[in-house]
Design a protein around this ligand. Structure first.
Ligand code: AMP
Length: 283
């Protein structure tokens, strides 16, 4: 396993791969890897000549009140999981490698990052866009793999890549779920048994919303009310039907949309979503 720590060393490796004509697939993560992460790493390896996974808990996307210090960091286990996928290059910079003394440059993606998670976590997408831009500059991938689980994050990254002419293909991979439906997340391990049970209402609620949409309902308000009704056990942050690309709320479902939900449990804030394209409906 080749563990690369600095942006300079990462660029040297990537330049050499590109010189040899290899396509580079990239799966950025914050570690504490589960099957959701591994699905991205697997796809990066399958669809490219070489693959890189990164492990970096990005301080720029955590507010001072959030869980940066407590965030799980089982580094050796993560490396073993990546190696088991036959991926032999990991980029794992330190916070000091990424944000040196005097660091002052941030990427702010307007509009798409404003509502939803951007509303309850105001620093979040600025931190995410900044770190992904920096990771792309070091890894120089041809394709980068992100999870639909973080649908707004995908939309923000796509917008950034287009607006800044980054020339990286963004591949969005389906949400990987636990057998009972809960979307996998590194933060699920914060949940008590009782809260984990309550957390199941998120996946049940989005599945119900999907059924309502498939049955022909096009009024977003009706869908939202049905979804909220199933989330009474948790403190709802938001339930919205948004345009899949811009993440702006829609009233009538006429284009591809994402039904997004977020909720606060005592020990973790959880998100889930489903995508729906009225044009793909079977009659
Ligand atoms: P994180 O380590 O939480 O920053 O996540 C790294 C990447 O894994 C992001 O692109 C996430 O969207 C993706 N991811 C996290 N959970 C899942 C999941 N349950 N299914 C698919 N992808 C996921």
């Amino acid at each position: 396993m080749k563990i690369i720590q600095t942006p300079e060393a990462m660029r040297v490796w990537s330049d050499e791969q590109r010189r040899q004509g290899h396509s580079i697939g990239f799966a950025p993560t914050m570690g504490a890897l589960h099957e959701g992460h591994l699905s991205l790493i697997r796809a990066a390896a399958r669809e490219n000549d070489v693959a890189v996974a990164s492990i970096f808990v990005n301080p720029a996307q955590f507010a001072p009140t959030e869980d940066y210090d407590q965030y799980p960091r089982p580094f050796d286990d993560d490396i073993a999981k990546i190696e088991a996928e036959h991926v032999h290059t990991v980029y794992a910079p330190t916070a000091a490698d990424m944000y040196a003394e005097g660091y002052a440059t941030y990427v702010h993606v307007e509009k798409v990052s404003q509502g939803l998670c951007g509303a309850s976590r105001p620093h979040f997408f600025r931190g995410v866009a900044t770190v992904v831009a920096k990771l792309f500059n070091a890894v120089k991938p041809h394709r980068a793999y992100f999870g639909q689980k973080d649908a707004q994050q995908c939309a923000v990254i796509r917008r950034m890549v287009r607006d800044l002419d980054m020339g990286v293909e963004i591949v969005e991979m389906p949400i990987v779920r636990e057998p009972d439906g809960l979307a996998m997340s590194s933060r699920n391990e914060y949940l008590t048994a009782e809260d984990r049970e309550k957390a199941l209402c998120l996946s049940r609620a989005v599945r119900c919303g999907e059924t309502v949409l498939r049955n022909g309902e096009r009024n977003a308000r009706v869908v939202i009310d049905a979804v909220r009704d199933l989330m009474r056990e948790v403190t709802v942050d938001y339930v919205e039907v948004v345009d899949a690309e811009t993440m702006a709320p829609v009233e009538i479902v006429e284009r591809p949309v994402t039904l997004v939900v977020a909720a606060f449990l005592p020990t973790a804030r959880l998100i889930d979503n489903i995508k729906f394209d009225p044009g793909e409906q079977q009659t």
